[in-house]
Design a protein around this ligand. Sequence first.
Ligand code: BGC
Length: 742
Amino acid sequence: MMMSRKLMLLSAVAFGGIVALSPGAQAREGQDAPATTATTADSRARDLLSHMTLQDKLSMVFTIDGGGTMGNAPIPPGGLGSAAYLKTPAGLPPLQISDAGLGLRNPSHVRPHGQAVGLPSGLATASTWDPDMARQGGAMIGGEAWRQGFNVLLAGGADLTRDPRGGRNFEYAGEDPLLTGRVVGATIAGIQSQHVISTLKHFAMNDLETSRMTMSADIDTEAMRESDLLGFEIAMEVGHPGSVMCSYNRVNDIYACENPYLLTKVLKQDWKYPGFVMSDWGATHSSARSALAGLDQESSGDDADARPFFREILARDVKEGRVPTSRVDDMAQRIVRSMYDVGLVDHPPVMQPLDVVTDTLTAQRDEEEGAVLLKNSGNLLPLSPTAHVAVIGGHADVGVISGGGSSQVDPIGAPAIGVVKGPGKKDWPGDPVYFPSSPYRMMQAEAPSARLTYTSGADIARAADAARRADVAVVFVTQFSYEGMDTANAMTLDGNQDALVAAVARANPRTVVVMETGNPVMMPWLDNVGAVMEAWYPGSGGGAAIARLLYGKVAPSGRLPMTFPASPVQLAHPDIAGVTANSVFEMQFHTDQELVYDEGSEVGYRWFDHTHATPLFAFGHGLTYTTFAHDGLRVAHHGDDVVATFTVRNTGTRVGVDVPQLYVRLPDGGGRRLAGWQRVTLAPGESRELSVVLEPRVLAHFDEKHDRWNMPSGEYRIWLGSSAVDESQQVTFHLAGRNMAP
Ligand code: BGC
């Protein structure tokens, strides 16, 4: 192919790779931007594309295996060794695509600086109810990627927790669309602030791992718009992700990556999404069908899919008129537009060492805000720095567990320390990985003059004995969740852990349980222990965060982003069909069953409200070391905004964070819905008046027939409280009703 003179000129001045500078050197803004007078990302992309051939454009819609940890493909020339790679035409920088759900996935091939700090699980970040914290975590991940040459991150998981056994729930942000949208959107914005594209995923309804490659999630489209899709919609508005990943599963019978309703009608038309849609690894099943439905780029197509659809097959479909060239123009435009928009061209990565100390502190702060104190009888916590403490179980002497799969970060310091062998899977995803951040050692640092002992818990009698001799016992329990498999239907802790907690609590009722889990679990020993803290997967700074929370250096402030059921029987679907099979790979393809989500948008706490079931711990619940009172709830209109105003007072003796939450019930009934919240730090005795604008789409139904949101006219019940079941403050409010664009 002959290059035009103009294109040759563009190529000569445009940057085509990663800048290798000496450590600490900074990129000069705009230094390598292509010679163009166009200013917006759209017009710059259009300008560049006008000089590209059809073949150039087609070369942008197909990425190859990046030689990362998935599969056995070698690292392609120019690649860094990650999930996928694209050598772009026209002097654009190559796409170096890496997983990074909770931290950069596999920088180990990148020399000399290859390493990554891991955030706590997405559920921990969601438990902060703090978009600003989420943004900082995202900026940390994005910054680490940028310093190691990556410019597209597969980070931004926003699938709702429809089932508290979902194997990847730990990567996401819980069961509520508003909380999910705001937290994940902020994470994406943080990543992209570092000139690295972030990917909102897995679009859509990829809420379970069992049969994820084949199953059809069947749901009424109105209910889908009010639940799972609303989470994605809000994340998109907040984060403006450069890319969206369509998921493996089918939705209402049609594969997500060839689903015109999802990709074209909802995403590109209704939400006016200007970026590109990439497929999940192995989720493309066709060429013309996918292209016409709205898929813009096939991921790792040489390796992950049955055939490389978006290569020769797509070229032939275009040549023979099954796919118009205008569609290929649009695909390429969307990809290049995102590259300009996020700054991939103007601010290419600059290879340099990481600031591991600062990044680990970001991860630690995220965990400190996100751990949830579920129970604290008689103020057992915080611990006295002089108490004799028996620390038991959970490999707390070594580190903290993390979730498995493509979001797994290889921790700094491993494998020399910190990796515990078993009970893992031989194939995917391997043994659970422990981050070398030991809660036990950090507790010793918090209480240097106290007697602390560690017992593994393998021998229950020995652990009980240690507890009996101590003032307080702190038992760590762990549950390994991973991509590709849901957790067991019964939701019980693995191995001897329930028996261990029960025996320790019998020996010493002053027992604290710290849970490192990716989902809720049953707690048959709950009445017999003094305190319980859900630490989720605590990340690279987890040991220090847990120790500081236990000793009260920092007060817990997390609130549950998902309901903890008292029994699986309370769930909309008490069993996940097929969840008992052994091999993880088998599970993903288990059947091609239809899963009918007949609960519609009544997900999580909405379902519990609808069925009048009492959970073990409600959505939004979380204690701290002080107490708060709410009062004076009133609701008013300010133009179209519905605003709730109220007063929060710290009624205890310590400074603390409250997260007052507003729930609504629509005039026509249904489960109550979270419509807004605010995080506020108050000193003892301090009070503050707060005003919260309620999210209008939460006050509305989606009207498919007229293609719009409809806020019905009538009486709305509005609750202010500290969880989804708190009824202490409530008012009714009349709304005249209105319609809103989709
Ligand atoms: C996962 C994605 C991931 C991709 C690349 C897939 O199996 O579902 O979340 O980004 O692999 O590793």
